[in-house]
Design a protein around this ligand. Structure first.
Ligand SMILES: [Zn+2]
Length: 70
């Protein structure tokens, strides 16, 4: 526990590089530590969204009910 009071912000962990990042209005890239880390994270997010495409997982195997002759 730190008793240091920092009104300007606090140090958080950068989601990209896991380094120290200043979470304050002084840091426009928060919660990232730098513009580079922010861009890296955004790039990862963008590429991830690109992978979301129509998957052929519509396998209609509804063979639960047997079709016996009536
Ligand atoms: Zn970083």
């Amino acid at each position: 526990m730190s008793k240091t009071k920092n009104a300007a912000g606090r140090v958080v962990r950068c989601p990209t590089c896991a380094g120290d990042s200043l979470y304050s209005p002084d840091n426009p890239y928060r919660p990232f530590c730098s513009e580079r880390c922010k861009n890296i994270d955004f790039g990862a997010w963008a590429s991830e969204s690109y992978r979301v495409e129509a998957k052929p997982d519509t396998q209609d195997l509804s063979d639960d009910e047997p079709h016996g002759p009536h």
